[in-house]
Ligand binder design. Structure first.
Ligand code: HEM
Length: 433
């Protein structure tokens, strides 16, 4: 058997001599810092979820019908009559939410350890492009079952483009292909969701990893292992504090995969809609342009941005400020490498101001998520009987908007004008023995 494999290997090598070196460059000879912690699981987990979405998506497409008349029933058919259809559908819908859980944690790791800073700005920018495409992908996917929240969600989100001066209304019609979300909308969203955006996503992920492998991975200490002592057991040229990605990190990542799949299986089997957070109750009734759901809100992963949109009031007769705020919130994240001028990468050695600001960012982001999901509107009357819900919700929500944007303003001033008092950064990663 080994002989046959060697011969196949030689045959391929002769015809494609660059394949083996490429594999070595990215796997067995990609030397990564040896102090990766659990935050470093989320990159490989994002890859895993991406593959899950593509594979389950292919199987869903085999029975899904792309038309406003048939879409809802075809999904019900998948759920009830197709063998294992319910599992495939829940793996896909739960997978979408888990994708965002994993990607949010992956992004947070990047901010915490300063992985967006020089020389990894390109890795970060490509990551932010992935994030944008992922949001478009998830939004269009949610429209496909043609439930009532699909319809009204699409209506609200597409109508946002109507706030753009002069071209807004025509743009909305152009995107929908009709005056309301309709068959034409569903068909184009299907095309974008199943082929165009996944291709872009895959390309961006390849570029993301290629860009990372050019400069090498950061680590929880934010120390550049390339500048540390050289010569390890495998290669005298390579940094001492690094280990080959394969087999060391492939095996380590498998542990993360094991934990992740266990949690994912529990959710898929016991709470696939996650109490209405992953699949909203209103999406189990067919789209109806005459019946508005009582609370139109997007899926949980959009709610922080949706809350920013809602909390910024209209001025001069236009609601465009909320739309600018919502997109600005994402743009500021993308600009982080140029906003955060601090020399020290990892939060472990950064000033107290940065640590507090990071806490405020996380708190405001989560709180905005609750505001956008309508949780605050529900709890205010219970916790403060008699209080005016809108006034209180606006006060809290706007404070959180301030907290979110305040992070970027504070970090810029804090690092640009030299206020940050950092701790001494060690010369080598802290786990070098
Ligand atoms: C489909 C989505 C994504 C996939 C599959 C993905 C995949 C990966 C993988 C496999 C790594 C290397 C392992 C690791 O460091 O965890 C990585 C690193 C990185 N990713 Fe992503 N990523 C995705 C989205 C994002 C997003 C949205 C951002 C942020 C905007 C981002 C920023 C980064 C950064 C800064 C690194 C380098 C981290 C370091 O060296 O400390 N990624 N990504």
């Amino acid at each position: 058997m080994a002989n046959v494999l060697t011969r196949i290997g030689d045959w391929v090598n002769e015809r494609a001599p660059n394949l083996a070196p490429t594999y070595r460059k990215h796997m067995t000879e990609y030397f990564a810092p040896k102090n990766f912690n659990l935050w470093y699981y989320f990159g490989s987990l994002a890859l895993l979820v991406l593959v899950n979405q593509i594979v389950t998506g292919i199987f869903l497409t085999m029975n899904y019908k792309t038309s406003a008349l048939e879409a809802f029933n075809s999904v019900e058919y998948i759920m009830r009559d197709v063998e294992w259809g319910w599992l495939i559908r829940y793996m896909h819908s739960t997978g979408a939410s888990l994708f965002f859980v994993v990607v949010f944690l992956h992004m947070f790791r990047g901010i915490m350890y300063g992985s967006f800073k020089r020389p990894r700005e390109l890795v970060w920018i490509l990551g932010m492009l992935i994030f944008l495409v992922l949001m478009a992908e998830a939004f269009m996917g949610y429209v496909l079952p043609w439930g009532n929240m699909s319809f009204w969600g699409a209506k609200v989100i597409i109508s946002l483009f109507g706030t753009i001066p002069y071209i807004g209304n025509s743009l909305v019609e152009w995107i929908m292909g009709d005056f309301l979300p309709a068959d034409a909308t569903l068909n184009r969203f299907f095309a974008l969701h199943v082929i165009a955006l996944p291709l872009v996503l895959l390309l961006l992920v390849v570029l993301h990893l290629a860009a990372l492998h050019e400069v090498g991975s950061n680590n929880p200490d934010g120390v550049d292992v390339k500048h540390g002592p050289k010569g390890n057991r495998w290669n005298p040229e390579k940094p001492k504090d690094s280990i080959p990605f394969h087999p060391y990190y492939t095996v380590k990542d498998l542990v993360g995969v094991g934990f992740f799949l266990t949690i994912a299986a529990f959710i898929i089997f016991f709470a696939p809609t996650f109490g209405g957070w992953f699949l909203e109750h209103d999406n189990f009734t067919p789209a109806n342009n005459l019946v508005t759901p009582s609370h139109i809100k997007p899926s949980w992963y959009f709610t922080p941005f949706y809350a920013i949109l809602r909390m910024i009031p209209s001025y001069f007769g236009t609601a465009i400020w909320g739309v600018i705020g919502m997109f600005g919130a994402i743009l500021l994240l993308a600009l982080l490498p140029w906003i955060d001028k601090g020399e020290v990468r990892s939060v472990r050695y950064r000033g107290l101001g940065f640590r507090i600001a990071l806490g405020v960012l996380v708190f405001s982001f989560l709180a905005l998520g609750l505001v956008g999901a309508g949780v605050t509107a529900e709890v205010i009357p219970e916790w403060f009987p008699g209080a005016d819900v809108t006034t209180w919700e606006n006060a809290f929500g706007r404070l959180m908007v301030l907290g979110y944007f305040g992070f970027f303003v504070f970090v810029w001033i804090y690092t640009r004008f030299g206020f940050e008092k950092t701790k001494p950064v060690p010369e080598r990663v802290t786990l070098h023995d």
